[in-house]
Design a protein around this ligand. Structure first.
Ligand SMILES: *[C@@H]1O[C@H](CO)[C@@H](O)[C@H](O)[C@H]1NC(C)=O
Ligand SMILES: *[C@@H]1O[C@H](CO)[C@@H](O)[C@H](O)[C@H]1NC(C)=O
Ligand SMILES: *[C@@H]1O[C@H](CO)[C@@H](O)[C@H](O)[C@H]1NC(C)=O
Ligand SMILES: *[C@@H]1O[C@H](CO)[C@@H](O)[C@H](O)[C@H]1NC(C)=O
Ligand SMILES: *[C@@H]1O[C@H](CO)[C@@H](O)[C@H](O)[C@H]1NC(C)=O
Ligand SMILES: *[C@@H]1O[C@H](CO)[C@@H](O)[C@H](O)[C@H]1NC(C)=O
Length: 209
């Protein structure tokens, strides 16, 4: 799918920030797969990406089953995922609500283009062996006070991340389309879930690539 055909719908710009230092003051959730096990950890300090033994030492980890395909989760805490294939990433994250997310691709793998749906995403960091950590802040009326019209319910925000961005694109990019009333009509190529789009609100759709 080419994004250019959606530029017609481009109604707002996204701000792009590079934040060099991010402090983990509070516990965050770290999930990774290693040797066929999925570990779900609560960490209170920074752990270098893909450093599995440090995570097991420094965090409070337990082995979990890979969520079933249709499981929809939601995270209040910051979430970090270390992954090495899109299938596992999809099972852990697809259609999961999370505000603050960090994704690290561990190992030198080339990923196909697949779309990962992330409702509620506000702050994203990505890194891999071939790309340095990059970050993206998504600002919309649902996340910035005072920008939404007061008498309407805030729009539902969903981001779609193209997994091939981990292959080393020079810069993380995104754009947003506001006032989307029909995903099926306006974005027929993007996966969506009737579970998530059962609301009667309009959507803001952000494409991250
Ligand atoms: C990981 O653990 C947290 C609680 O620490 C929980 O909220 C979350 O659902 C778990 N994730 C998975 C994929 O099991
Ligand atoms: C943070 O995690 C540690 C274990 O890693 C736990 O003992 C502590 O209670 C957690 N704190 C909060 C605020 O969740
Ligand atoms: C989960 O979905 C993938 C394709 O997205 C499929 O290959 C796999 O068989 C599914 N697994 C289960 C347990 O349904
Ligand atoms: C997320 O789910 C959609 C719909 O089931 C699927 O088309 C897509 O490939 C999944 N993305 C990943 C990264 O697994
Ligand atoms: C979205 O739609 C509302 C009413 O339908 C309109 O007032 C508003 O200007 C639209 N916003 C944009 C960015 O087009
Ligand atoms: C959904 O929106 C339509 C008009 O856009 C309205 O007539 C209907 O009452 C709304 N339904 C709910 C449950 O809000």
């Amino acid at each position: 799918m080419s994004f250019s055909k959606y530029q017609f719908f481009l109604l707002s710009f996204l701000n792009l920030y590079i934040m060099k230092h991010l402090v983990h003051g509070q516990n965050h959730t770290l999930i990774f797969s290693k040797d066929g096990n999925i570990r779900n950890c609560s960490c209170s300090s920074y752990v270098p990406s893909c450093c599995y033994s440090s995570a097991n030492l420094m965090c409070n980890c337990k082995t979990i089953a890979l969520p079933k395909n249709k499981t929809r989760l939601s995270y209040n805490s910051d979430l970090t995922i270390w992954f090495s294939d899109t299938n596992t990433l999809g099972r852990l994250l697809n259609f999961t609500f999370v505000h603050n997310l960090k994704l690290s691709l561990c190992g030198a793998t080339t990923l196909p283009t697949e779309y990962l749906a992330i409702p509620g995403l506000r702050y994203l960091r990505v890194e891999s062996e071939t790309i340095q950590e990059q970050s993206l802040t998504i600002t919309h009326c649902d996340v910035k006070d005072g920008l939404c019209p007061e008498d309407t319910s805030p729009p539902f925000h969903i981001s779609y991340l193209d997994t091939s961005l981990f292959n080393g694109l020079p810069l993380l990019k995104s754009y947003s389309v506001e006032n989307v009333s029909s995903m099926a009509e306006q974005f027929p190529n993007l996966p969506f879930s009737s579970w998530i789009f059962a609301t009667n609100r309009s959507y803001i759709v952000t494409l991250i690539y």
